[in-house]
Structure formats: structure tokens, C-alpha cells
Design a protein around this ligand. Structure first.
Ligand SMILES: [Zn+2]
Length: 166
């Protein structure tokens, strides 16, 4: 499901009531590990792949639509072909997250899918790089989403438990 940017940002700041979603169920590091697995298994053709190629490597069909919202059946990912490229990229990354979680962690909901989307778009290490560095390299996600992911990683990096986890 594609939420408004504000609701997505509330998920990253842990304000699930305001985002109107159920809290995530997985431990924080699982999103990072799953994102690594998704990229590894897709063969990492480049450091910053087009998510449509990643989906195809995983065996999911990717189908452009004339109109409508991005969605997935679990086997096919639909996205709006006319969307601006960064937004189109985000839609496909997000549906990849849903496809993966449906198989691996069926109890997961929308918040989990967005946290995994963040990890897919910008790894923990890359999220600590300067803002312009990230925006220049990750062309398959909008600026506001990269900002939300960077803020999330920087915030959690200040917690001792996460230092221990790394
Ligand atoms: Zn969704």
C-alpha cells in the first residue's frame, strides 16, 4: 500500500498511531538483514540497481499500469508507468518488500513493509553518508524518503543497543 509521505515518515519516527498502522513485529536488525539478502540474491548487478531488475531476479513479474496505485499479488508487482522515476522506484521497492515479507514473515504488516523498504533503498552504512551523496546515488527513491530513512538510522545509531548489534 502506498501511504502519503507524512504517514510513511510517522512510521520511521515510530508514531504508528498517527501513521494509522499496526506497530512493526520484527526486531530492527531483521530489516537490515532481509534487505541484504534481497540484494545478494538478486546478484547485485550494480550498487544502486533499478528495483524492477531486482524483482525479476527474485521471480516476481513487474507490470506497468496506465493508472492506479502500486500493488502486488505476491507474484506480480503492478506500478504506475507514468510516475516520476524516483516515485516509481519507491513503489517497486515497497512492493518488493511486501512480496518478500509475505513469504518470509506472514505476520508482518504495513509498518514492517515500510521499514524494509527503507533498508532496501539505503543500507545502514549508506544512510550515514551525507544527504547529497545519498540523493545523487539512489535515484530510485524520492528525496523525502531518503531523508526519512537517514533520520531513522541516525536516530537509532545513537542507541547503545544498536551499536552492540552492529
Ligand atoms: Zn504497503
Amino acid at each position: 500500500m502506498l501511504l502519503t509521505p507524512l504517514r510513511v515518515i510517522y512510521i520511521f519516527t515510530g508514531e504508528y498511531d498517527r501513521a494509522e498502522v499496526e506497530p512493526p513485529v520484527l526486531p530492527l536488525r531483521q530489516y537490515e538483514q532481509s534487505a541484504r539478502q534481497i540484494h545478494d540474491q538478486a546478484g547485485r548487478p550494480t550498487d544502486w540497481p533499478d528495483p524492477r531488475g531486482v524483482a525479476i531476479e527474485w521471480g516476481w513479474r513487474v507490470v506497468p499500469m496506465k493508472a492506479g496505485r502500486a500493488s502486488t499479488t505476491g507474484e506480480t508487482i503492478f506500478y504506475r508507468a507514468s510516475a516520476q522515476p524516483r516515485m516509481r522506484g519507491l513503489m517497486v521497492w515497497h512492493e518488493i518488500a511486501h512480496c518478500y515479507l509475505r513469504e518470509a514473515y506472514p505476520d508482518c504488516g504495513e509498518a514492517d513493509a515500510w521499514l524494509l523498504t527503507g533498508a532496501l533503498v539505503l543500507s545502514w552504512r549508506h544512510a550515514k553518508m551525507p544527504r547529497e551523496w545519498a540523493i545523487d546515488r539512489q535515484s530510485h527513491a524520492p528525496d523525502w524518503f531518503l531523508d526519512a530513512r537517514r533520520d531513522y538510522v541516525l536516530w537509532h545509531s545513537t542507541l547503545p543497543a544498536i551499536w552492540a548489534a552492529e
